[in-house]
Every structure is written in C-alpha cells, then in structure tokens.
Design a protein around this ligand. Structure first.
Ligand code: NDP
Length: 330
C-alpha cells in the first residue's frame, strides 16, 4: 500500500542542534544495527522505519556491516527508501560508517583511505543513494595514520558523497586530533557517536567537555544498553529478545541476578516519574542537553512509540539523579 507519512509528524519530536552546525537532529534517532537484516522480516523492518518517520524521527543510522548478513540492513533501508520514502529524501538524515571488518583481504577493514572510500561507494549502491548525510569512521584504527582516515572523510565530503563527517568510539585524545585535522582541512567534524547509557558512562570523563569546546554534536548508541535498561529482562530472558538470539553481543549471562535487582530499583524510580524504565533510560542520556540525540534500536514499532514518549519528561531532580547513582555506583 502507498505510504503517506503522518501530517503531524513534526509536532511531537524535539530537534536539537548538532554541535555548532546548521543541522538539527531529532532527540531520538533510529539505528538499524539489529532487526533490519536479510534474516529479519522485511515487513516488520519497514513498519518500524515508517512508524519512526511518522513520529518525527528524521535520522536513520546505518553502517556497512549491519545485517546479518553484512550489508543487508543497507539493502533493506534502500528498499524502503525506494518503495516508500523516495519523495521524502530531503526530510531525512541518513548516516553510514566504515571501520569494522567488511570484506576479505587487506582493504576491507580499518581506517585506510582505500577501505573507507570503496566502502562508501558500496553503501551508496546498496541504499540507492547519491549521497549520505553523515559518513563516519566507525572506529579509530591505530595502524593507519589518523591524518589518512580524516583525509578520506574530507574527500567523501568534498566529492559530495557525504554532506558531513563523523567519528565513532574515538577516545578523548583521538577525538581532539581528529577534530583538529578535519578543521584544518576545512571539513568540520559534525558529530561523535559514542556508547553511553546509565551502565556505561565513560563519555562523562572528558569527552563531553571536549565535544562542547569543539562544537561537535553527539549521538549516543545503546542508550538502553541493548535492551537491558528496559522491562525486557525483569522476569527472565524472553525467547524473542536480543539476549536469546545467538551471535549477538548481548549474551544471556549478561543478565545477572545482581543486575536484575538494580533494574527493578531503577524501575521504581521510573514509575515515580510516570515513565517506563526504557523511557527513563532515554531521558537520562538526554538530561541537561549535552547529548544531541539518543540512538535507539528496536525490534517492534511499539518500542519506538514507547521510547518517543520519553520526551514528555526529560527533567530529573537532583534527588532522582542521586537515587540512580546510588543504585548503580553506590
Ligand atoms: P538500544 O540500547 O536502544 O537497544 C535496543 C534494544 O532494546 C531493542 O532491540 C529491543 O530489544 C530493546 N528495546 C528498545 N526499546 C524498548 C522498549 N521500549 N521496551 C523494551 N525493550 C526495548 O540500542 P542498540 O543496541 O540497538 O543500538 C542502537 C543503534 O546504535 C544501532 O542500531 C546502531 O545504529 C548504533 N550502534 C552503533 C555502534 C557503533 O559502534 N557506532 C555500536 C552499536 C550500535 P529486543 O530486540 O530484545 O526487543
């Protein structure tokens, strides 16, 4: 059936400026790491992307290797673009990345110019796009001079194959170097994509201050700790959950008794705030306005709807923050 986006799609979303750039990103973006691959049910993947767009989620995050199999999430997204979202390309921010293993031999992994630019061409073909909005170095590669990796991002932008450059999971020192090199080439670093959630707070230790100084935005991945910071695992490991799937990074034995107790305590705070645990986890990464966007994943449209409702309460009292810290750090 022909898709027509919701007319009110821009009314319920919050848009945050990405660093010192002209671009605004939705406070909640959708990532296609899991549940959009060739092994997944296309109709479900399509429904999630379209529902997200209806809710004002204008940013979709991909990478060359998302699937499985690798590359297939970009194919799925390309199909949705072609069939449903073609008319709305200019309302979308689409990102992709290269940096992890993608193809055999010496040129399909890492941070070389050879790999990044060949991979970007492949990503564009899979998605049927002329350009992506953001192209990322997916991780710092200590074996490639950082100048070479940044020059590849700069070239992608200057060729018009990407509108902006980004880096992911670079530490503080690597980020400072990357931002400075890019600036000197005339292509500023738009955005950093680090992991951040209530259970993993490393970006508070210097990275956030640096990004602020440099005018670089941030989009944080795994704000729900892959689903741990939700009600998903409070009563065991559901068969349709990520922890039950084989081959992923979240393992059943990550769901420890100790963690479940803490999640229950966090759930009580969420309840007092009128939120689900997932909503509180999303609100928590966005608190105080330091993070541009929370990059969620989902396996069902209802999860996206639940998470977007987090925007109704992004304020935390000092007491709530102290209670959360007491549970997780105490
Ligand atoms: P999340 O931490 O948001 O976890 C998503 C999972 O949480 C879902 O698949 C679902 O699990 C569960 N979930 C989501 N919402 C709810 C809800 N309301 N109630 C209950 N359960 C819920 O993020 P991801 O780990 O999926 O990562 C998000 C994106 O970040 C990726 O798609 C990718 O774009 C990016 N990313 C980037 C990386 C990088 O190196 N730059 C690395 C990893 C991710 P279930 O499937 O069990 O239902």
């Amino acid at each position: 059936m022909t898709y027509l986006p919701g007319e009110n799609r821009y009314q319920g979303m919050l848009y945050n400026r990405c660093g010192r750039s002209g671009v605004q990103l939705p406070a909640i973006s959708l990532g296609l790491w899991h549940n959009f691959g060739g092994i997944d049910i296309y109709e479900n993947s399509r429904s999630m992307v379209l529902r997200a767009f209806d809710l004002g989620i204008t940013h979709f995050d991909l990478a060359n290797n998302y699937g499985p199999p690798s590359g297939s999430a970009e194919q799925t997204f390309g199909r949705i673009l072609r069939d449903d979202l073609k008319a709305y390309r200019d309302e979308l921010i689409i990102s992709t990345k290269a940096g992890y293993y993608m193809w055999p031999g010496p040129y399909g992994d890492g941070g070389s110019r050879k790999y990044l630019l060949a991979s970007l061409d492949q990503s564009l073909r899979r998605m049927g796009l002329e350009y992506v909005d953001i192209f990322y170095s997916h991780r710092y590669d200590p074996k490639t001079p950082i100048e070479e990796t940044m020059a590849a991002l700069d070239q992608a932008v200057k060729q018009g194959k990407a509108l902006y450059a980004g880096i992911s999971s670079y530490d503080v020192e690597e980020t400072a170097k990357a931002a400075s090199i890019l600036r000197n080439m005339g292509t500023s670093c738009l955005i950093h994509q680090p992991k951040y959630n209530m259970l993993e707070r490393w970006i508070e230790d210097g990275l956030q201050d640096l990004l602020e100084q440099e005018g670089v935005g941030s989009i944080v991945f795994c704000p729900l700790a892959q689903g741990l910071l939700t009600n998903r695992y409070l009563k065991g490991i559901p068969g349709d959950s990520r922890a039950a799937r084989t081959g992923g990074f979240l393992k059943a034995n990550d769901v420890t008794q100790d963690l479940v107790e803490k999640l229950n305590e966090l759930g009580a705070i969420a309840l007092d705030r009128g939120q689900s645990l997932a909503q509180m986890a999303v609100a928590w990464v966005l608190r105080g306005g330091k993070v541009t966007s929370a990059l969620i994943g989902a396996s069902k449209t209802s999860q996206i709807e639940d998470n977007v409702r987090a925007l109704a309460n992004l304020q935390f009292s000092d007491e709530e923050l102290a209670r959360i810290d007491g549970i997780l750090l105490g």
